[in-house]
Design a protein around this ligand. Sequence first.
Ligand SMILES: [Zn+2]
Ligand SMILES: [Zn+2]
Length: 286
Amino acid sequence: MATEEEKFVAASDAADEYAEELIASLEQQSLEDIDDLINHTDNRDFELWEELGLDPNLVVEDYEQENERDLDWSLGLAGIFAAASLQFFLDNRQKTIIEPVLSRIDATDGYKIEAEKLKIASKRESDVGAQKIKKSKVIPKRHSRTLSNLSNLSNLELYNELVDIGALSKFDTIVSNAVGSTSRMIAFPAGSPQFKEALSNTISANSRNLKSQNRRSVEAICVAMLIYGRSGQLMMWLIERDSNTCIFCRGNSNKIKTYAKWRLDGLPGAEVCLGGDLCRCHLVPI
Ligand SMILES: [Zn+2]
Ligand SMILES: [Zn+2]
């Protein structure tokens, strides 16, 4: 007999799987669209690019011709890759955010009935006594958005919203990941086949990054909605029970804290996990 916790994890995993299927269905389109966004300006969301501190009129070709390949060059080119991936993610919000969140809510909703049992079962490991949690909490207005509101936001508003609820790494983090993949390009002369190859490798790396970005966004949005728009206050950290879990995540296993406290201490994902974006841990409401 599976325990309630195991059943909850299975439902939560199924929701993750669905989210990954959705993002996988965007794979070819993401390669084409990101390629278009880095090479042409026509489909760029200028408002978003400017907010990110980028000149929306610069394209990869401007960087390819440049001989002075210093830090500014790296940052500027990496910024283009990062902004293009981010815009794709936001442009395709139905599949990258909204549907996955709805499916996770559906999949895990029934377990609220058993929440009390789950809480008792994990109480021993709780480092925040359940009784100490204040039930009444003023809901900040910015967290009262519904999913249908998310559909109507501009890319810029949605970006700020995601950053605000901790669902998306700050743009700086996305850029620094992109800097890693562009650094090889410094070595290749303008227009060389090696430069072109490194370019297309970088596009596909950024396209793959959408997947982990998606998983973490889904999680954080769902959590934020549960905390600020629904009844759950306590979240438990669940790990995959195999040898690939890092020591940090293992240390958090089954710990219960408020979502606000998890945010302070670090949510599952690249910022805290030694495995970076490969972190497979979940926060589940209890
Ligand atoms: Zn980890
Ligand atoms: Zn983890």
